[in-house]
Design a binder for this molecule. Structure first.
Ligand code: RM4
Ligand code: MN
Ligand code: MN
Length: 429
């Protein structure tokens, strides 16, 4: 029997916290009302938000120096869904999963879809994988060692397209409606390949994929400056990504992974540019100190994250715009569910803070060339302790006031470890 976390169990475990929560919420409501902000409208906007969990983040991640399984890792895609259902029960904000193929390779997609439906989990964007060779995606006789869609050999390009098409077909069966393409294609050595010819091959491949999209589907292209290609990456930056999206076709948009920028890039400005031209398609949330570290979102640069979310709220004219949101992180130390709880909570808090910015006053300050006041308006929102309204949003969604503490009190990890074993190793990085 799979282990479940239920709203009743959460209410019972948190019974003694409700009075203190109500006191904090009332106090914050009064403070916000003084500033002309209606707490209820912020609460309902936080309640509306949901972010996909990546299927590959439910196991402990490895590095090239090793991997230390944490105990009770999911052994199948169904068990990954069980963990996401537990996560969603606690946060009320992880109603979807993003699969990565062939790390997830269901034999019976209809049964998997039924299983997910019973848990109240839907399938968000599908991810293809042409950065590893795998019998089911590469087949015999070809290898992605020197690239996939950018490869000089048309047979490899054809195989990569077939894999992406197969991922779309699987997605159709699961009820998804988007494909995210992140390519490792690039070079490690100057002169190894021609920048332009590689780019043109990828652009043409993406156009073929775009033209093969089922009705209602969209294609997301994700850029990344380096790793595993360490000299040049074909889709290296938001400019390349935009060019690829424009070439591929109108149902292609750009996905911004917060870890995929060179140091000090102004990510909030990237968001603004892509939104301006209608090509902002999605987000992968994480944080980084050095590169694509996949650290917990908001854990290193919380103010930068606030500025990014504020830009999103600006694009959504006072609400989070309907682009695709996913957490993209994989950890080798924390319990994966605990990290996803913390990441989701961080996103919820930052959304609440961004919603507190007085957009009309900010615009006035900008037009009056008053940078001190403009910045003060941002600080005013960023420095607000919004935790009571975020907790209230979760409570109204039937989820937890204190998701991390309550997760630990459920004993979930101990119970799944008993069922799945100490040394189960989940598929993923
Ligand atoms: C990449 C990129 C992709 C993710 C893989 C696992 O760096 O972020 O989105 O699918 O990692
Ligand atoms: Mn990503
Ligand atoms: Mn990444």
């Amino acid at each position: 029997m799979a282990v479940r976390i239920t709203p009743d169990q959460i209410r019972e475990l948190e019974g003694s916290e409700v009075a203190a929560h109500q006191r904090d919420l009332d106090a914050l409501g009064v403070r916000l009302a003084d500033r002309g902000v209606d707490a209820d409208s912020v609460i309902s906007e936080v309640q509306r938000f949901s972010v996909a969990a990546p299927s590959w983040a439910l196991g402990t991640g490895g590095t090239r120096f090793g991997r230390f399984p944490g105990g009770g890792e999911p052994r199948t895609t169904e068990e990954k869904l069980d963990d996401i259902a537990a996560l969603h029960a606690l946060t009320g904000a992880n109603a979807t999963v993003s699969l990565h193929v062939p790390w997830d390779d269901p034999d019976d997609p209809a049964a998997l879809r039924g299983y997910a439906e019973e848990l109240g989990i839907a399938f968000d964007a599908m991810n293809s994988n042409t950065f590893q060779d795998n019998p089911s995606t590469t087949g015999s006789g070809v290898s992605y060692k020197f690239g996939s869609l950018a490869h000089s050999d048309p047979d490899v390009r054809k195989r990569a397209l077939e894999h992406n098409r197969a991922v779309i077909d699987l997605g159709v069966e699961l009820g998804s409606n988007a494909l995210t393409v992140w390519l490792a294609d690039g070079t490690n050595h100057p002169g190894q390949a021609d920048f332009r010819r590689q780019f043109e091959r990828v652009a043409d491949g993406l156009r073929e994929l775009h033209d093969a999209l089922p009705p209602g589907w969209e294609l997301l292209v994700e850029h990344k400056p380096y790793e595993p290609a360490f000299y040049s990456t074909v889709n290296a930056d938001w400019g390349s990504s935009l060019l690829l999206a424009q070439h591929a076709g109108e149902r292609t948009r750009c996905l911004v992974d917060l870890g995929h920028h060179l140091p000090n890039a102004n990510i909030e400005q990237v968001v603004s540019r892509l939104a301006m031209v209608g090509r902002l398609g999605g987000f992968h949330f994480n944080d980084s100190k050095y590169g694509d570290d996949d650290l917990t979102v908001g854990s290193i640069h919380p103010y930068q994250f606030f500025l990014i979310v504020r830009e999103l709220v600006e694009h959504g004219e006072g609400a989070m715009p309907s682009v695709r949101y996913m957490i993209d992180a994989s950890h080798n130390l924390k319990d994966p569910v605990e990290d996803l709880v913390q990441g989701t909570d961080q996103i919820q808090c930052t959304i609440a803070q961004a919603l507190l910015v007085d957009r009309a006053a900010l615009r006035e300050a900008q037009d009056a060339n008053d940078p001190a006041l403009a910045e003060e308006l941002l600080h005013d929102a960023f420095r607000s302790d919004v935790r009571p309204i975020v907790a209230e949003a979760r409570r109204r969604n039937g989820a937890a006031l204190s998701p991390l503490t309550t997760f630990r009190r459920t004993g979930y990890r101990t119970m799944v470890t008993a069922a799945r074993g100490d040394d189960a190793v989940s598929t993923g990085l």
